[in-house]
Design a protein around this ligand. Sequence first.
Ligand code: AMP
Length: 283
Amino acid sequence: MLLFKQKALLQVWLGKQRQEGEKIGFIPTMGALHAGHLSLIRAAGEKSTRTVCSIFVNPTQFNDKEDFDKYPATVDQDILQLEAAGIASLLLPSIAEMYPEGIAHLPRYDFGYLETVLEGKHRPGHFQGVAQVVQRLLEAVRPDYLFLGQKDFQQCLIIKKLIELIHLPVELVICPTLREPDGLAMSSRNLRLTAMAREKAPAIFQCLQYIKEHIRNLPVEILKGNVRESLQKAGFSVDYVEIADATTLQLLLALPTSGPQGKTVALIAAKIEGIRLIDNMVI
Ligand code: AMP
């Protein structure tokens, strides 16, 4: 595996790959890699002939400084995992490499409604930061395919919109959420859970399953109320429990009973012992 700290050198290598007809798949990450990331690498291996990963903990997408400071860093182990997974190259840039002009005057994007709900509402500025770094990464790599995890459902919709806004010819591939045997969605932040919090954390998945099982026989408000209550009883501080249209993220007060039935998604964000976990399920 080739490790690049500079975008320009990666681009020289990518140019050669393209000349040889290789199809480039790209997986942006913030490191602390787990099996969920590796599942994206496997998916990339099926569609592209050269897979490029990036590891960059992007400061502009953290609205909570403590979350940024405490974000797990396991770069040496990550490199070993990527090598074993058959990644062709890794971009490991510094903050100065990604933002040579500093972070004070970065572009702003118009994501409209999408940025006003759920993660957008609870983490102001988060998706602007995500878009700022993803645009730079996409412009550096110019991949044929971009692989993202459904685990970050709203982020997938934001990046889809970003790709439209900046007119980049890249195919977005959304991969299913990988879970621990007890249902907890794999996440780098899980490394920060104490044994007690780790034991409680699968409650979020169980609540999503509860919503899926009862969506047809209980009113949406009752369902959401029951889930909130059970998470709070288990010691979570709940940011949101919502049921939304899976394409637009319009929040649903009731399931549509007539007309075309689009896909619906249940989404939860909650903190346990100060660690914020998110998960979702298409129902
Ligand atoms: P992150 O390093 O958390 O920024 O995640 C990098 C990519 O991996 C994003 O597209 C995530 O949605 C995806 N990802 C994170 N956790 C999982 C998971 N449990 N299953 C599948 N993909 C995931």
